[in-house]
Design a protein around this ligand. Structure first.
Ligand SMILES: [Zn+2]
Length: 111
């Protein structure tokens, strides 16, 4: 005697909702990605990318400036020759920077 239990499986067919592509064109997304990459490369080269204001430390007077060649430099505010002292303000988060000389936190205006 063989027993055959009812073996029914209810098949639930879920409606596969198609994900609509966003309204931003693909080319634009790729372009902005490329721009971000170029900006990152520029920063590595020491080029100021103009996406924030130039910083100045209210405590020790270290100032940021951009040369005619677009390079970011720093010098003390009483500097006579405005020669780059090689220090760079260090990003703490998206809008705050730390003075490399005295460590004071400065809020930058993001442009
Ligand atoms: Zn400082």
């Amino acid at each position: 005697m063989t027993r055959r239990g009812p073996c029914r499986q209810a098949k639930n067919r879920g409606i596969s909702g198609r994900h609509q592509p966003g309204s931003v064109p693909r080319e634009l997304v790729e372009l902005s990605r490329k721009l971000a990459k170029v900006k990152a490369q520029a920063r590595v080269l020491g080029i100021f990318t103009n996406d924030r204001e130039l910083l100045g430390c209210p405590n020790c007077g270290l100032l940021e400036d951009v040369t005619a060649r677009g390079l970011l430099v720093t010098y003390p505010k009483d500097s006579a020759d405005l020669k780059d002292c090689g220090l760079r303000f260090c990003p703490v988060d998206e809008i705050h920077f730390a003075c490399p000389k005295c460590g004071t936190r400065i809020k930058a205006m993001i442009l």
